[in-house]
Design a protein around this ligand. Structure first.
Ligand code: NAD
Ligand code: UD1
Length: 341
């Protein structure tokens, strides 16, 4: 069945890859993005790869009048909600901005959907909701914890809001997707991650060191209780993640109410393993030094992805070599991100 999907935040990193996947699967896509961290160039490139364009509306998910108009004017059948702010440190400094964007934005969107009679919703959550002390691997049966920062708490608040909504009205069909660590880029090298300023996350930092924009990688902590002392995470290729969204959307045909799925590979890699994998894929040596731990970091975690495999028929197909190859291809072709074009 062809859907018309409203993709909020579709000009951002994960949203642009998912918009492409939706278009390639034959769906129509309406992107709503205020461009605070997204790029219209991403959407032009999505159109180039897909052979047809998503419709783009520049605007804010907190704008109730705009949302009412969007739902009145377009036959939207489902919503994928990526729009939000995601920098952990910034969320500590600016909690009101984070709660407003992430929580009030999600609330306004759900209200508009309720009024418009659209009840299928896919939400971008994060493994950060499991908190600091959960046993590894994290499965959906693992109780959520108390995230250590406003960003993480905003995700948990929206998860709870959505659970209450599903409880109140049986028409809702909600997929809460808990991402592990999304990395990589589309294999065309045309769309990828375009962080503003100095990247917080590991892989964009690595690729920017490799192109000479940054001097060396600081490995945050060499004395964690992990096999090589550095932090371990479950990195997932963004194209696999996008495919997980498609599978979740389709699964909402059978799954009513509130549902949660982890999207991860089930495999943890350390920072030093990531460095070596990058060196293998790029043929370059990466300068790094071991630095003090970063405040708020956890030693290690990874997903149990069995529920998504069982219920969505989804699993991550791309391994570390593909993640590195595609991140590197994107970075080399676009040393200044979308501003390169
Ligand atoms: P991103 O910043 O690249 O994309 C978010 C997009 O939303 C941007 O294009 C931005 O302009 C837009 N946006 C932000 N606030 C908006 C608003 N109020 N109205 C309209 N548009 C708005 O981030 P991403 O990495 O693609 O993440 C997408 C979602 O996935 C976010 O909700 C994020 O919290 C979540 N998530 C991301 C990661 C990750 O590592 N990237 C991990 C877990 C969860
Ligand atoms: C971070 C966020 C998390 C968010 C996730 C995905 C924090 C505390 N957590 O997770 O909420 O959901 O991004 O966006 O910020 N590392 C280095 N050097 C660097 C950068 C990272 O050694 O310059 C290490 C980290 O210590 C960690 C690993 O690399 O062990 C991955 O870091 P990162 O990419 O920032 O992701 P997370 O910390 O897992």
């Amino acid at each position: 069945m062809t859907e018309t999907v409203l993709v909020t935040g579709g000009a951002g990193y994960i949203g642009s890859h998912t918009t492409l996947a939706l278009l390639q699967a034959g769906h129509d896509v309406l992107v709503l993005d205020n461009l605070c961290n997204g790029s219209p160039e991403a959407l032009r490139r999505v159109a180039r790869v897909a052979g047809r364009a998503p419709r783009f509306i520049e605007g804010d998910v907190r704008d109730a009048a705009l949302l009412a108009r969007v739902f009145a004017e377009h036959p939207v059948t489902a919503v994928m909600h990526f729009a939000g702010l995601k920098a952990v440190g910034e969320s500590v400094r600016e909690p009101l901005r984070y709660y407003d964007n992430n929580v009030a934005g999600s609330l306004a969107l759900c209200q508009a959907m309720q009024s418009a009679g659209v009840h299928r919703f896919v939400f971008s959550s994060s493994a950060t909701v499991y908190g600091e002390h959960a046993p590894i691997p994290y499965s959906e049966a693992t109780p959520v914890g108390r995230p250590t920062n406003p960003y993480g708490r905003s995700k948990l608040m929206v998860e709870d809001l959505l659970a209450d909504l599903a409880q109140s009205d049986p028409r809702w069909r909600i997929a809460v997707l808990r991402y592990f660590n999304p990395v990589g880029a589309h294999e065309s090298g045309l769309i990828g991650e375009d962080p503003s300023g100095i990247p917080n996350n590991l892989l964009p930092y690595i690729t920017q060191v490799a192109v000479g924009k940054l001097r060396e990688l600081a490995v945050f902590g060499g004395d964690y209780p992990t096999p090589d002392g550095t932090g371990v995470r479950d990195y997932i290729h963004v194209v696999d993640l996008a495919d997980g969204h498609l599978k979740a959307l389709h699964a909402l045909g059978q799954h009513t109410g509130w549902n949660v799925w982890n999207l991860g590979t089930g495999q943890g890699y350390s920072v030093l393993q990531m460095v070596r994998a990058f060196e293998d894929a790029s043929g370059r040596r990466l300068p790094y030094r071991i630095a003090p731990r970063r405040a708020g970091d956890i030693a290690q975690y990874w997903s149990d992805p069995a529920k998504a495999q069982r219920e969505l028929g989804w699993h991550a197909r791309r391994g570390l070599p593909e993640m590195m190859r595609d991140a590197w291809r994107w970075q080399q072709a676009n040393p200044q991100g979308y501003a390169s074009s």
